[in-house]
Design a protein around this ligand. Structure first.
Ligand SMILES: Cc1cc2nc3c(=O)[nH]c(=O)nc-3n(C[C@H](O)[C@H](O)[C@H](O)COP(=O)(O)OP(=O)(O)OC[C@H]3O[C@@H](n4cnc5c(N)ncnc54)[C@H](O)[C@@H]3O)c2cc1C
Length: 396
């Protein structure tokens, strides 16, 4: 007789799991609170829609915090495996100049979602919309808002993190797990804007300006990329990737110092040499025409350095390579691209089964791991879904 599987939540982690469970062994039902599936997946599609990242697997694994929690799942189903699988269901991908992986040009996010849905239909997966899971009864029966109660052989929770509540991922489930003595951690913003108290005259002039081809460091981590100056502070891929380090510093000191390298392509000695040999009379002209800094970068140096430092070639070069900026907070949870927190990692075993609730599993962003944007978040969700599908297919 087939075993029953209830999957709670209909995001990417749930969908790939449902698509890959053996339909000869399981009857699978997805319970989703919304009227449609994959709303956050479609939101992700409005921006860059990085389905995964093409880095070699060792480098890819190193992007995750903590580093080893997802290793097995990522090795089991890596970025190349994902590209082959999504191609096999009619969605070819390409690697962009940033090494991120996108659906081929002209393929819309909804087309990608529909291709996965087609697999679910062929597999005979049932979908119950507008079913919000509300908790367990004393004998581990699932309770929904519709007064439906379900007892299944396996339950997989894939209810997402705590940001962009409009997509359905509201994190309200945290209390329900805590009541069952399942260790949880409060959600925190990740891959989000960080607050900087810009001087008013600086932000009036430079709000919206990008800082291109820079590198940002915090603690032991350095990330090349781009950031945008906003009234709130700084956002963009170069600072998103430092989220774990910035959070650590904010927790410890209520502030985090990040260092901007405004010219990562030039070594300090070469930079100093260029400044010294410049024939331009004004320092600002040297920075603009010789060093090729943008007006916003020059504005930053002028605002953050004393006149003496700005006019001293050595100190100026040092600060171009290492300009310290103070971060005083993060964006609101709801505005973050992703969240950390949720189910504590030591609450689950190597197959994501809850240690104190046999045959109940958690996958996707609802677990307390972190990764930068750029395809890593979705890859982790797909890898966890695939890993669990293989585990259940082989054990049931
Ligand atoms: C603006 C934005 C851009 C992004 N861009 C990218 C990108 O380019 N690349 C990348 O890798 N990642 C990106 N992400 C992150 C990525 O979309 C998420 O990490 C991913 O969707 C998480 O998948 P998940 O399956 O864990 O959960 P989710 O996608 O959050 O899905 C969870 C589902 O569970 C449902 N649910 C919640 N509670 C209940 C309940 N009680 N009962 C029933 N159903 C429930 C929700 O309605 C939702 O449908 C982006 C995110 C945002 C917000």
């Amino acid at each position: 007789m087939k075993k029953s599987v209830s999957i709670i939540g209909g995001g990417p982690a749930a969908l790939i799991l449902a698509a890959l469970l053996d339909c000869n062994k399981f009857t699978v039902t997805v319970y989703e609170k919304n009227k449609t599936l994959g709303r956050k997946f479609l939101v992700a599609g409005k921006g860059g829609f990085n389905l995964t990242h093409s880095e070699p697997i060792g480098e890819l694994i190193a992007r995750y915090t903590p580093p080893h929690f997802l290793e097995k799942a990522l090795l089991d189903f890596d970025n190349e495996d994902f590209r082959k699988w999504i191609d096999s269901i009619g969605i070819p991908t390409y690697i962009g100049s940033s090494k991120r992986v996108y659906p081929e040009s002209g393929i819309k996010p909804i087309t990608v979602l529909n291709a996965i849905m087609d697999v679910l239909n062929k597999q005979g997966v049932a979908i119950e919309y507008q079913h919000t899971w509300k908790g367990w009864t004393s004998n581990d029966t699932l309770v929904f808002n519709t007064d439906t109660t379900i007892k299944s052989d396996y339950t997989i929770f894939a209810m997402g993190g705590g940001s962009w509540k409009v997509t359905g991922s509201d994190g309200i489930w945290l209390d329900l797990f805590e009541r069952e003595n399942i260790p949880v951690v409060l959600f925190q913003s990740s891959n989000c804007a960080y607050r900087v108290a810009w001087p008013e005259d600086f932000i009036l002039e430079h709000e919206g300006s990008p800082l291109k081809n820079i590198a940002i460091s915090c603690l032991n981590k350095r990330q090349k990329g781009e950031a945008v100056i906003t009234r709130f502070g700084l956002e963009g891929n170069a600072i998103y990737a430092l989220s774990p380090q910035i959070r650590e510093e904010l927790e410890r000191h209520q502030k985090a110092i990040i260092s901007l390298d405004l010219k990562p392509t030039l070594r300090y000695e070469d930079l100093l040499d260029k400044i010294r040999k410049s024939t331009f009379k004004k320092t600002s002209e040297t920075l603009l025409k010789e060093i090729k800094l943008s007006p916003a970068q020059i504005g930053l140096l002028k605002k953050y350095l004393s006149k003496e430092t700005y006019l001293n070639s050595e100190l100026l070069a040092q600060n171009i390579k290492r300009l310290n900026i103070e971060i005083t907070g993060t964006a609101l949870l709801n505005d973050a691209i992703s969240t950390t927190g949720g189910i504590q990692l030591d609450a689950v075993d190597e197959n994501f089964q809850l240690k104190n609730k046999k045959n109940n599993y958690c996958i996707g962003e609802m677990l307390d791991w972190d990764a930068p944007t750029g395809g890593y978040l979705l890859q982790a969700c797909f890898s966890m879904g695939m890993h669990l599908a293989r585990h259940l297919n082989s054990t049931a």
